[in-house]
Design a binder for this molecule. Structure first.
Ligand code: CP3
Length: 344
């Protein structure tokens, strides 16, 4: 059974000989090959240029036993397509030169059609990746959820507490709703473009779900995520929902029509298994284990594998992205371990 079949069967919760594995941020700074390209090009150039984005997507695939490739890009390109002046700055992260702050900012957003035209490099890249990747491995696309992308547009940069977003939700809720509606519209079309280009599944990143009190999340963010997911739902086309959320919020998120729930490192897998026995689950290994001694990493990996052996449908992954100081040998050992763990 090839990687792609194991991936699809796991999502459908059918019997598989082993768990599939891919890792969030599997391409990135921990790899020498990436750093060498990154010396020559800015991060946004790497995203925008299909030859470069294809090469980076393929780097971890050539090196490790991974069952799926994920498009090399960033969730903030939907914000950029709507008119945000986006840069990813070394050691600082995303910086947006024209933060979203007023009714005029709503008017300045580009139309959905114009935004999608600006995103045409993504389906082009995906087609190129597929021809290099072949048919035997899965190809994943992705998009950011309205809150997770929109909060960067409002803050203008990474923020610890998202104070501007918090304040705008309470003082100017219509403005926030207009922004999230427009982001949702673009994201629906953007997912469609990626599916037409042949992705096997789409992962939606709701990384900042826990930054708001639950009632605020449910009032201001969830309805937009719900519209996004209900609109793109198709029983034949898997959606993976990644969120950093606690068990109480997952109870709401899991009501959405997605095939896979991708959990962060702070969730207890045994609880997730009990509460969502009808869903495929992904993730959870704390990315910091990859910074530990190999024996510590493999002990914890075994624990996850043994735990999930009794659940139908599990995709091995981390609880969050690989960090830049991760030793390549540990990624190799992790992939090897998951690959050789037999399910009987
Ligand atoms: O998983 C993958 O390998 C696919 C590519 C991908 C990237 N970012 C590449 C990237 C994906 C799916 C993302 C998602 C993303 N981007 C999220 C959601 C997931 C998460 O991590 O919570 C968020 C919030 C962003 C926004 C973003 N982009 C931040 C906060 C940063 C800076 C943080 C950092 O690690 O430096 C980025 C930059 C970024 N995106 C890098 C990579 C490989 C590092 C850029 C560099 O080379 O300098």
């Amino acid at each position: 059974m090839n990687s792609r079949e194991i991936f699809y069967k796991s999502i459908r919760r059918e019997t598989v000989p082993r768990f599939p594995i891919w890792l969030m941020r599997q391409a990135g700074r921990y790899m020498l090959e990436y750093r060498q390209l990154r010396e020559k090009y800015s991060f946004m150039e790497l995203c925008h240029e299909p030859d470069l984005a294809t090469e980076i997507t393929m780097q971890p695939i050539r090196k490790f036993k991974l069952d799926a490739a994920i498009l090399f890009c960033d969730i903030l390109v939907t914000a950029e397509a709507l008119g945000a002046d986006l840069d990813i700055v070394e050691k600082k992260g995303p910086v947006i030169g024209n933060p979203f702050d007023s009714g005029n900012a709503v008017k300045a957003l580009l139309s959905t059609e114009a935004a999608c035209q600006k995103l045409a490099y993504v389906p082009k890249t995906l087609r190129q990746i597929r021809s290099e990747l072949g048919e035997e491995r899965a190809l994943l696309g992705f998009a950011g959820a309205p809150l997770t992308v929109g909060s960067y547009m409002i803050e203008g940069m990474s923020s610890q507490n998202m104070a501007k977003t918090f304040r705008m939700m309470l003082e100017a809720p219509d403005l926030v709703n207009r922004l999230f509606e427009r982001l949702t519209d673009v994201t629906i079309q953007y997912v469609q473009l990626q599916r037409e280009a042949g992705v096997d599944a789409i992962q939606i990143f709701e990384s900042w779900a826990s930054i708001l009190p639950e009632w605020m999340y449910l009032k201001f963010a969830f309805p937009h995520l719900k519209r996004l997911i209900e609109t793109i739902y198709d029983p034949e086309k898997p959606i993976i929902l990644f969120a950093l959320a606690n068990g109480s919020l997952w109870a709401h998120l899991a009501t959405l029509p997605v095939q896979v729930l991708s959990v962060g490192p702070n969730i207890r897998l045994s609880d997730m298994k009990d509460q969502h026995s009808d869903k495929c689950i992904q993730g959870n290994l704390d990315a910091r284990y990859l910074l530990c001694d190999k024996s510590v990493l493999l002990d914890k990996t075994n624990e996850v594998l043994n735990e999930m052996k009794t659940h139908r449908g599990y995709i091995f992954n981390l609880g969050h992205g690989i960090t830049p100081k991760t030793p390549v040998e540990n990624v190799e050992a992790l992939c090897e371990r998951v690959h050789t763990y037999e399910l009987k």
